[in-house]
Design a protein around this ligand. Structure first.
Ligand SMILES: [Fe+2]
Length: 145
């Protein structure tokens, strides 16, 4: 499997929230181990380990992220939880469906791009916008004077 088929981490995905960024980066690391796996039957056990580890860590991360969102009273928490749930379900489906390694890899590439890149860039970044808005509250609004 060539490394071009990996889902590489990019610093552009950083939200500036240390714990969450570290967890996101680790998720990329975990899923990329799958794309390094050779297509051989002797790798079955390793495949299982990688998939479970990725899925477990994804759930840990979602729990932590939701806890953080609740702590800062992020208004879109409920919608965000639903998106997390959808990702967890897609992963569970891949894990429970027997398939050839290259099929698992391509399904995982799609899910991890959606769960990692798209989700971080389009959904988790709403956290940043919300935090920035909170900081802006002491800015004078003179538009109605
Ligand atoms: Fe999220």
């Amino acid at each position: 499997m060539s490394s071009s088929q990996k889902v590489p981490w990019d610093d552009r995905y950083k939200l500036g929230i240390e714990n969450i960024d570290a967890q996101h980066e680790k998720l990329f690391e975990l899923v990329n181990r799958l794309f390094e796996l050779e297509d051989s039957n002797s790798n079955k056990e390793e495949l299982r380990t990688i998939l479970y580890e990725f899925s477990d860590y994804m759930q840990t991360h979602f729990r932590d992220e939701e806890e953080y969102m609740s702590m800062i009273e992020f208004p879109e928490l409920e919608e965000h939880k639903k998106l997390h749930q959808e990702i967890v379900e897609s992963l569970a489906q891949i894990i429970s469906t027997p398939a050839k390694l290259n099929i698992i890899k391509s399904k995982m590439r799609i899910v991890s791009k959606r769960a990692l890149i798209d989700h971080i860039m389009h959904e988790d970044t709403k956290l940043n916008i919300f935090l920035a808005e909170q900081e802006d509250e002491d800015i004078f609004d003179i538009s109605d004077i």
